[in-house]
Design a protein around this ligand. Sequence first.
Ligand code: ADP
Length: 602
Amino acid sequence: MNEVKTPKKPLIYYYIIAILLLLLFQFLAMPLLTQARIQTVDYNTFVSMVEEGQVGRAEIQQQDNRILFTNKEETMVYKTAMVPDDDLTTRLLDAGVSTSGDEIEQTSLLAEILSWVIPIVIFVALGQYLSRKMMDRMGGPNAMMFGKSNAKIYVKSSDGIKFSDVAGEDEAKENLKEIVEYLHDPQKYQEIGASMPKGILLVGPPGTGKTMLAKAVAGEANVPFFSMSGSEFVEMFVGMGASKVRDLFRQAKEKAPCIVFIDEIDAIGKKRDGQLGGNDEREQTLNQLLTEMDGFEGNTGVIILAATNRPEALDPALTRPGRFDRRVPVELPDLKGREDILKVHAKKIKVAEDVDWNKVARMASGASGAELANIVNEAALRAVRDGRRFANQSDLEESIEVVIAGYQKKNAILTDQEKKVVAYHEVGHALVAALQTDSAPVQKITIIPRTSGALGYTMQVEEGNHYLMSQEELENKIATLTGGRAAEELVFHSASTGASNDIEQATKLARSMITRYGMSKDFDMVALETVQNQYLGGDTSLACSAETAAEIDRQVVELVRRQHEKATKLLEGHRAKLDEISRYLYEKETITGEEFMEILKK
Ligand code: ADP
């Protein structure tokens, strides 16, 4: 169905309509009303009426060349043309007609009133209409309920989410289970004199299940659950957000014990920096939130959960003990966590029996819960597309690539030479990775172009969990990244644009080693860069003098160059293998890690 939206009309449009209506009234309706009251008669009738004493008042209007007169009771107004008549005045005097005094009213009282009332009515109607329209635009009649919180209330488990639906994240669940237990049996805690934290802050990168955990708490605790996003407090007028906060807490206290969940709390909880032109409304809202959190006792049974992926941006007053004093990290899942999350989501689709979940989880290293859920769904979609009734291992592996690199470009045609260059480039990465003992083995190499723009890629798989990386491992990683370009140079004696992403990553890694990990002799353990938002891309800012910055740049170049040379040497030493595997990849377009290792070990 095509819904046709009427375009929004500008305000001026309504004013023009109102003015037209007024003019219409003034020039058409008013004369009609006036006319209705005045009767035109001929001069003879006038004279005979005067003589018969039927005229009450008369007014001679010289310039209009007419006479207005009324009947004796002054209920009717007559008009007649003036005829040169010298006796007129005497005749009027004789008949006792008054010619002085007030002007004869040409309009009736009704017309007079109408001429006042109608414009007012028009403008009031216009005002009403416009304000109604504005209300619609702001989201229904509730928009006028300024300062009322519009928190959604879930009672019991609304979406039926339980802790068992949230895979991995065991530490977070452990923490929150305590809250659930407290809400079930507060007595147990009060007897010992323990008081529950008032606020719990869930922090972590996007898509790791923070919202899900909060919902699961509500599902498990069986208490009312108020859910609101931080941005919903942000209002146009100063004080409105604060009033929403008050309203939310009033409702929560009435319903205690209960849970209040504020998603994306950084929308209101940002540091107050006191800069000129600060956001008054947001600060008021934050102040109110701080006051409210102080205002209730620890054991009233109101527990506030909040989620954010920018904990460093929060106001310190918000995170001090007594407010959000407990911080629960919800990190990206580790290998085991990824496997569990995949399995939880796999329950929703039909999957072949023999899927190796551990392998899928290893391939999807670094993926968040939301991405893993997406991978499983993509696999199901792919199975349907291919007319199968179950998703199998290859569906899952392909969908990881879809999520990482986009769909296969079906009709991107590389020239023969380009394809050769890409094959050498990818094998260069893989070979350098495999030849350095510490680098992770290669899972798969492909030279099928993807919608993300990648012309090919090498998927490396970490065998286990990695929490620490040594300097050597980092250097090897840089060498692997430069391996692609090194192979191109070695074979074709020229460089191509294909390495831009590798260069970016290698530079970033090298820079971090020097400025943040203290892996440069010259700077020892000095932090030269600080990470700004750890969970959102990890932007960094340099904090050093210009000379140091120049020195850092020099060392970064030096570091990358060393690794580039190392990669070139490794490839030179294995030139035959490089050629053989590249030719094989060129023909097959996709080869697995096993095939790769087979040729390498031969
Ligand atoms: P966040 O609030 O941290 O950004 P959400 O809780 O909204 O993330 O998670 C988004 C989606 O990702 C969920 O609906 C769920 O399908 C999936 N997901 C994330 N983490 C997990 C997990 N630990 N277990 C199962 N599913 C998860």
